[in-house]
Write a protein that binds this ligand. Structure first.
Ligand code: UDP
Ligand code: MG
Length: 342
């Protein structure tokens, strides 16, 4: 964990060598949530109290809230030393807030990301823990139902439809960022440092054993959504553009289609010229065919540039090439899948 300048940096009371308890860390992004934070934290504490055998850590990331969320968070911390508070200097956005939280929890055995507006019900996160204990590396919560407005449901449907068709990685539908990740998955995800982040895509991309957990998404408890239409569109674009170079490939396909059409047109013009010379206007064959052929060629060339640009884009993201799930080498006894649990 990165050193903080907290004056009250506690020493772990059970310091010394393990047996350490299994730790589950929650990454909790907060943006203008003052109205619901106390209720949220109470619900989370109540839900996690059902597992006294586990150690919990609550990492709140204040994403430059304009209201009193930060003061509320510091108060939570004053009452509960399992609370960690990170606060951004301004609003960097939900995906970056979650990334900062993940960066702060590399020590935990598993990390759960959830919203702080009570749309992700805390008890569901403990079902995730059980699935993780059964050996699942990523448990993602999949919405069985949503209580959102008809508009939000329609746009979400359109978004997932497009994403499904275009993305190179298979990204599950109706899955937000509410999920549990084993520490080895967190370590892999943290290697992806692309600026324009679409975390659920990155998690799908790293692999490992991933399973869905169906749940009913509740309405927002208090306050307003931090994802107005503008942010939603740019987020959807990040998902599609970040995981697909398909639009660039479409340019050359269109170019080929138009060029092929110009050839058909040339045949047609030739036919008219030969069979019914009286009905052809001088020069139209040259102009018509030439126009389509040239635009087609231009699009093909743009597609060629697009293909190279796509490569540059992929290289510029500088993603890790692969993620290992197991390395077996040296003396052959005792090979096990690397269960990170202690
Ligand atoms: N959030 C954030 N930064 C933002 C917007 C939202 O950290 O710029 C947090 C917010 O506090 C909440 C979660 O991200 O915990 C999901 O946001 P929200 O509930 O507003 O989105 P929705 O559920 O409407 O998609
Ligand atoms: Mg919400």
């Amino acid at each position: 964990m990165a050193p903080t300048h907290d004056e009250d940096h506690e020493v772990d009371p059970q310091a010394g060598p393990p047996p350490a308890r299994t730790t589950i860390a929650y990454v909790l992004p907060v943006y203008d949530e003052e109205a619901g934070l106390a209720a949220f934290h109470a619900a989370l504490v109540e839900a996690t109290a059902t597992r006294p055998d586990l150690a919990f850590e609550f990492v709140y990331v204040d994403d430059g809230s304009r209201d009193d969320s930060l003061a509320h968070l510091l108060k939570l911390r004053a009452d509960d030393d399992r609370v960690t508070v990170l606060s951004f200097s301004r609003n960097f956005g939900h995906q970056v807030a979650v990334t900062a939280g993940l960066d702060a929890c590399t020590e935990a055995d598993a990390v759960i990301i959830m919203d702080t507006d009570l749309q992700d019900p805390p008890p569901v996160s403990l079902q995730m823990v059980e699935m993780w204990e059964d050996g699942v590396d990523v448990v993602f919560a999949q919405r069985r139902s949503r209580q959102d407005s008809r508009f939000k449901r329609a746009t979400a449907f359109g978004f997932y439809w497009l994403l499904d068709r275009m993305a190179d990685t298979e990204i599950p539908r109706n899955v937000g960022d509410f999920r549990l990740m084993d520490r080895k998955v967190v370590a892999e995800v943290s290697r992806y440092r692309e600026q324009d982040r679409f975390l659920r895509g990155i998690v799908a991309h790293v692999g490992f054993r991933q399973e869905a957990l169906l749940f009913d998404r509740d309405p927002r408890f208090a306050g307003e959504t931090g994802y107005p239409l503008r942010k939603m569109i740019s987020f959807a674009a990040s998902g599609i553009v970040g995981f697909s170079t398909a639009p660039l490939r479409w340019i050359s396909r269109l170019g080929f289609a138009i060029s092929a059409f110009s050839l058909l047109l040339a045949l047609y013009v030739l036919g008219v010229r030969l069979l019914r010379p009286e009905s052809s206007v001088p020069g139209w064959a040259f102009l018509g065919v030439g126009m389509f052929l040239l635009s087609g060629l231009q699009l093909i060339m743009m597609g060629v540039i697009g293909t190279y640009l796509g490569r540059v884009y992929v290289e510029a993201k500088d993603r890790p090439l692969y993620s290992l799930a197991l390395t077996a080498r040296g003396p052959r006894d005792g090979d096990t899948t690397p269960r990170s649990r202690r």
